[in-house]
Design a protein. Structure first.
Length: 212
């Protein structure tokens, strides 16, 4: 099964992709995670991508498409996969079509802009062990240090409120038209993000299983 997740940054696509990955035993491929790893490792592609991600802009199509094409050729993708964060534009979706890749279902996680800003500006990450927290929803014991390793938490630059608003503007202009693109193909399912992650997961699984 080939599943795609759409949704604004911070809507919970990554979390749902991981949960569905576990349910169907297929890999969840996060473009964002691949790009962040490249930036952290200082690769040539990472350096090219860094200037874009820190301002909330999209990484150029040719860079992202190259990464995805390489990843989908790996052995663990032969029985299906989940795309999270790609495509982000209609041009990328058309490139996917040209690669002969047909999605079975496209799930769009729907969350309001106000909720997105609250979610993302409260996110904190541990630079040492990679654990994720939230000042409101998943706070640490003291609100400053990681509960797992004690390192001081940091905020990703792209989670700052002004950058979040910039990313939302980009999403509405460039990525949201994908909903119409896949609706026209009869592939789109809307899932409304709930307060509790497990409730959103239940609705997501129902949408996917109802499509079979």
């Amino acid at each position: 099964m080939k599943i795609m997740f759409l949704g604004a940054p911070g809507a919970g696509k990554g979390t749902q992709a991981e949960n569905v990955s576990a349910s169907f035993n297929i890999p969840a491929i996060s473009t964002g995670a691949i790009i962040r790893a490249a930036i952290k490792n200082g690769t040539e592609m990472g350096k090219a991508a860094k200037a874009y991600t820190e301002t909330g802009a999209l990484v150029p199509d040719e860079v992202v498409i190259g990464i995805i094409k390489e990843r989908l050729a790996e052995e663990d993708c032969q029985n299906g996969y989940i795309l999270d964060g790609f495509p982000r534009t209609v041009v990328q979706a058309e490139a996917l079509d040209q690669m002969g890749i047909e999605m079975d279902i496209v799930v769009s996680i729907e969350v309001s802009d106000d909720d997105i800003v609250e979610r993302m500006s409260g996110r904190r990450v541990c630079p040492a062990c990679g654990a994720s927290y939230h000042t409101k929803f998943i706070p640490t014991a003291d609100g400053v240090h990681c509960d797992k390793c004690g390192a001081e938490l940091t905020m990703r630059k792209d989670d700052a409120p002004d950058v979040v608003l910039s990313r939302l503007k980009v999403y509405h202009e460039l990525t949201e038209p994908l909903k119409d693109y896949y609706q026209a193909k009869g592939k789109l399912k809307l899932v409304y993000g709930q307060e509790k992650v497990e409730d959103t997961t239940r609705l997501t699984l129902e949408a996917i299983k109802g499509n079979n």
